[in-house]
Design a protein around this ligand. Sequence first.
Ligand code: SF4
Length: 336
Amino acid sequence: MRRSLTDQLNRPLRDLRISVTDRCNFRCSYCMPIDMFGRDHQFLGRDELLRFEEIDRLVRIFVDHGVSKVRLTGGEPLLRKELEKLIQMLASLSGLDLTLTTNGSFLADKAGRLKEAGLQRITVSLDSLDEETFAAMNDVRFPVKGVLEGIEAAEAAGLTPIKINMVVKRGVNDTSILPMARYFKEKGHILRFIEYMDVGTTNGWSLNEVVPAAEILKVIDAELPLEPMESNYRGEVAQRWRYQDGSGEIGVIASVTQPFCGDCSRARLSADGILYTCLFASAGHNLRDLLRCGSSDEEISAILASLWEARTDRYSEIRSSETTDLPKVEMSYIGG
Ligand code: SF4
């Protein structure tokens, strides 16, 4: 076992997010706006995607360097054919926390098979319970009911605890904060409110559209009193709060108003094998070419170590009106 890696700011490498496809059946305004990702958009070809054996090999190298949590993302990860095979491979790594983030549209059908393959838990993105608002956020007419059925299927399959991610955009779905809190409090799932971020270059982000986490908490606390909780571990992205009546917890991810780069332990791997050390990076490092040109595990491991140790990423801490127009990788390409 090698020593765990830390970057220049003394942050360990703990968390690997792997996009398994850049395709999605939704067109969420914050990560895949329809005017930029329409019919003519060129998605990655099959040969460009990392094969499951390649992902498995890279994950083993990352685990050797201290990664203990792997999250599969996309695009929409459940669009990747035979994803269960990859889950089965990764689940054989002992001690690995293996999870997945999905828009929930295929979950009712797939939850049982994902669990059988070895997936431990799941996060579902859902921005509103109201059909019109939900459609305004994702630009498709997929019924909210279908996502809720997926969440029920995930619970029945034992993919728990279930987390629900809601991106809050002022003037679009901020009126859904309380209905979402009431619904998921009743269901016992952990709802996490995410400040709307300037991911990529296509979502036309503006600071005016951000609802600060403090405001979200105030809205909920006025009806459903809250109290703070301890983090589960250093570097946890969500601040945890629980309902004072003991009926469960929520989280807020305040990456715009209270950046947490100082504890950021996340690396991201795109579906075609490019490694990014920050969600807002403009360039990454091609690991797929290393795999396909015959590099040994030791060589890839050494390159990973040098990349991580040189890392100085802290975009959210330096965000300003000037930085939002800088070139950045698209979130649909590397996952959230
Ligand atoms: S902005 Fe980059 S460095 Fe900061 S928390 Fe997000 S991913 Fe990590």
